[in-house]
Design a protein around this ligand. Structure first.
Ligand SMILES: [Fe+2]
Length: 298
């Protein structure tokens, strides 16, 4: 039997650090236990794994089908040179946008289930990833706010969230995160789709735990039936309330770390680092179930 242990992160109401496990070499019983703890904690941190890309994709697939197998996140080009932060590189604009709190792929027809995120090269300073427990946030709302937001729905769009950081993007067909080397693009355009704008509830019922959580963040705007400025004020108020101790944890990365989060429950954010320093991370996105994660009709 495995000697896997789960130590709750200190000072926060979610998340655990796992030790005594090699993720690349886990038997079915251990994975079942790991998955149950993942649902319980929402976020698992496992150090010293140094998964290669094939191992990462294989591990991520144990959680379900993947929305995309693996994408490089950071400020390095494939040739190892650094991307300029002068407005000419769309990946850097995506990096800036990702510093706002969000759930992944709420702008897609199907919201992501979760992600396996690993660190290959970390900067000497900065570059932590923040996580916020939107289940605890919902539970902490007062009854009047719970009643106010019950049944409300809003739009989610990557065009909207990127425009707020000065990135005006056009629709892209057959998009990727990392473009082909010879495409001439710096970001593949993932998320800039031509489909209908996703509409989602502000209060989500988790499909596996049955618990309620807030579903807001940078992609969310224009609550249906509400004036735009009133909607923006309410959505911001909810994010400001939610993303406070003890509901937030910022992970300072070490090379070889693996983090797996439940994207139905948690929000996350990138944080700045000196863009003169290299950062190379790998993101495998676990697909949400269409039965529970599909956007609603407007
Ligand atoms: Fe993200």
């Amino acid at each position: 039997m495995s000697g896997m242990t789960f130590e709750p992160l200190s000072g926060v109401c979610f998340g655990a650090r796992v030790s005594g496990v090699k993720l690349a070499d886990m038997d079915a019983d251990s994975f079942r236990a790991f998955y149950d703890q993942w649902l319980e904690y929402g976020l698992l941190v496992v150090g010293g794994q140094f998964l290669d890309r094939g191992q990462q994709v294989a591990f991520a697939k144990r959680f379900g089908d993947l929305e995309f197998d693996i994408a490089e996140i950071g400020n390095m080009r494939k040739d190892g040179t650094l991307r300029p932060d002068d407005g000419s590189d769309d990946m850097m604009k995506i990096n800036r946008g990702n510093m706002g709190w969000h759930h992944d792929s709420t702008y897609m027809p199907v919201q992501a289930k979760g992600a396996v995120f690993t660190a290959e090269i970390v900067p000497q300073e900065g570059g932590a990833t923040g996580f916020a427990d939107m289940r605890h946030a919902y539970d902490a709302l007062d009854d009047a706010m719970k009643a106010r937001i019950e049944g409300l729905r809003c739009h989610h769009s990557l065009y909207h969230s990127q425009a707020k950081v000065g990135h005006q993007a056009a629709p892209v067909k057959d998009s990727s995160v990392n473009p082909d080397d010879n495409s001439g693009k710096t970001y593949g355009g993932y998320g800039f789709h031509e489909g209908p704008v996703s509409v989602r509830p502000l209060v989500k019922v988790h499909p596996e735990t049955g618990r309620r959580n807030l579903l807001v963040g940078r992609h969310a705007y224009d609550i249906i039936g509400m004036a735009s400025d009133e909607s923006e004020k309410l959505l911001q108020e909810l994010v400001d309330f939610a993303c406070q101790p003890p509901r937030i944890y910022h992970h300072d990365w070490e090379a070889g770390d693996v983090v797996i989060w439940d994207n139905r429950r948690l929000m996350h954010q990138a944080t700045p680092w000196p863009f003169t320093q290299a950062r190379r991370m790998w993101h495998s996105r676990i697909a949400g179930s269409p039965e529970t994660e599909a956007a609603l009709a407007a």
